[in-house]
Design a protein around this ligand. Structure first.
Ligand SMILES: *Cc1c(COP(=O)(O)O)cnc(C)c1O
Length: 371
């Protein structure tokens, strides 16, 4: 049987047509008309006033932190169970990452643990929605209001998801998205910063574009970056955004199919289909091995590869990253849930182009491997 890749995107809409328009009109840089159009349309869909397109989801976080002027040893609370981009941006900004553990069922940051981490230096909470369900925003928002903390929302895995009916990416002062090919919408590489605050939007736009000044272009008052998105990326983005409802429905259906195929397999903790505030959109279909399974995720992934099934491990917690330990960060930190799922969690092929027969192939292989 043919290898089932862990992700393959769907590019069957107007992607080719709009890309050809870039070539035909010769608008290929960030000056092209699709960029502003994509920013406006994406912001509107996510319930925000302003969108600032950038080159990927990681630098979107750098821009968000810089726009909020975080740094100078400010403490930012974030989940330890996330991608390096979140903590890396905090460290590069000169701020201090303070981590909380995740919930064993949703794998999202445990909101109950946040308050005990708040100090005089805490300035912000970085919310990161993980794998398909949003963070429980209501209690988190209350804490942020009570202590006067900024919220930065990393919604890279949440295109089209809602929390109690409000779009993910519409919470807090500023939010960020990624359009990497394994996200619900892709531009190849790409990202977006969203906000309702005109000043934050202006700052983000300037920071993305080397902080050129409109009046004196080559005189700089601040250091920015070239994080601009090209017209070709935005062309893909517009075509993908036209299909967002279909994509989210398709992912939800895929999650359901996997749930049915795998529900009887002993030793597997499957994703939670829904919480009272949201229905899972299965950015990836994550699985955690039960405690009584005598091998770990590395072993399962190796065996699945022998069955021609692509997989990826779960995130490796921030407090266990050698690069941060070398810097003296996270000394004495312990987050048992994240540590456990880092060893026992993995995800199976979850891309939008995945077919039902491929899902069956994955399920059969998993059953064989778990025997
Ligand atoms: C994918 C992802 C990012 C990084 O996005 P890139 O576009 O790959 O740089 C950041 N945060 C989360 C939660 C992600 O899933």
């Amino acid at each position: 049987m043919a290898f089932v890749p862990v992700n393959e995107p769907l590019l069957n809409g107007n992607e080719k047509k709009y890309l050809n328009e870039c070539i035909d009109t010769k608008w290929i840089s960030s000056e092209g008309p699709f960029v502003k159009q994509f920013e406006a349309q994406f912001a509107e869909r996510m319930g925000r006033k302003y969108g600032i397109a950038v080159s990927n989801g990681s630098v979107a976080i750098d821009v968000a932190l810089a726009a909020l002027e975080l740094g100078h040893e400010d403490e930012v609370i974030l989940p330890t169970f996330t991608i390096i981009s979140c903590a890396a941006a905090i460290v590069r900004a000169g701020a201090i990452p303070v981590v909380v553990d995740c919930c064993p069922n949703t794998w999202n940051m445990d909101v109950q643990q946040i308050e005990s981490k708040i100090t005089d230096k805490t300035k912000a909470i970085m919310v990161v929605h993980i794998y398909g369900l949003p963070v429980d925003m209501e209690p988190l928002q209350k804490l942020a209001d009570q202590y006067g903390l900024h919220i930065i929302e990393d919604a890279a895995e949440m295109h089209g998801q809602t929390y109690n009916g409000s779009p993910c990416g519409s919470f807090g002062e500023i939010s960020t998205f990624s359009f990497y090919p394994n996200k619900h919408l892709t531009t190849g590489e790409g990202g977006m910063v969203l906000t309702n605050d005109p000043k934050l939007a202006e700052r983000s736009r300037s920071l993305r574009n080397l902080c050129f000044q409109p009046q004196k272009r080559f005189v700089h008052l601040e250091l920015g970056w070239n994080f601009r998105m090209t017209n070709m990326q935005a062309a893909l983005g517009i075509a993908q955004l036209e299909q967002i409802d279909e994509f989210v429905a398709r992912k939800r259906h895929m999650g359901k199919v996997y749930n049915q195929l795998l529900s009887g397999v002993a030793g597997l903790q499957l994703p939670v289909p829904e919480m009272d505030y949201a229905t899972n959109i299965y950015w990836v279909y994550g699985i955690v091995l039960a405690d009584d399974v005598p091998f770990d995720a590395t072993e399962v992934m190796k065996r699945l590869a022998d069955h021609e099934i692509g997989t990826r491990p779960f995130f490796w917690p921030m407090h266990l990253q050698p690069v941060f330990q070398k810097m003296g960060l996270f000394d004495q930190v312990s987050c048992p849930v994240s540590e456990k799922i880092a060893h026992r969690g993995f995800y199976v092929p979850s891309g939008l182009a995945l077919t039902e027969s491929q899902m069956q192939q994955v399920a059969e292989a998993l059953k064989a491997v778990m025997k």
